[in-house]
Design a protein around this ligand. Structure first.
Ligand code: INI
Length: 159
């Protein structure tokens, strides 16, 4: 009996990889830690500085429109969204978080580009701190690995 086919991506980047990061400034005390984790992981996995572009936007609500423009350029192999939406800080949490995730999901599907979701959506600042480099890990670093794995998967699946 023949073996079944498995296609899966490595986590190490090839030298030509281009990654676009879009980071919200809102709750920057959290987002900067996500960005540190993301950049550290990309570099450790072999992404060169020439392969990284960082775009800063005001908040999570603005991340999709910048990501859309980047996806339209066709220059990036993957995009990584970084932000922090904290319920305690806003009555419109659901609108900001919801429109961010919906927009990013659509960009990924429409443009066929991996969009890693490193946007924290938490009830409290404490929960956000946990996920930005303390006991809950670093979601920015996780998003970086997701982007690299998906770049490799899509390359193997072909154009
Ligand atoms: N933006 C965030 O990234 N996180 C939040 O928690 C947040 N809160 O609390 O409101 C937030 N609001 C700003 C929003 O993303 C837009 O920048 C703003 O509404 C202007 O369009």
């Amino acid at each position: 009996m023949s073996e079944y086919t498995v296609i899966e991506g490595e986590l190490t980047a090839s030298a030509d990889v281009q990654v676009g990061i879009v980071a919200g400034r809102f709750n920057s005390i959290i987002v900067e830690h996500l960005l540190d984790g993301c950049l550290d992981t990309l570099r450790r996995q072999g992404v060169r500085n020439e392969g990284i572009t960082l775009v800063r936007v005001p908040g999570a609500f603005e991340i999709p429109v910048a990501a859309k423009r980047m996806a339209e350029r066709g220059h990036y192999d993957a995009l990584i969204a970084l932000g922090a939406v904290i319920r305690g800080a806003t009555p419109h949490f659901d609108y900001v978080a919801g429109s961010c995730v919906r927009g990013l999901a659509e960009i990924g599907l429409v443009h066929g580009i991996p969009v890693a979701f490193g946007v924290l959506t938490t009830d409290t600042l404490e929960q956000a701190i946990e996920r930005a480099g303390s006991k809950g890990g670093n979601k920015g670093a996780e998003a970086a690995l997701t982007a690299l794995e998906m770049i490799a998967v899509l390359r193997k699946l072909g154009a």
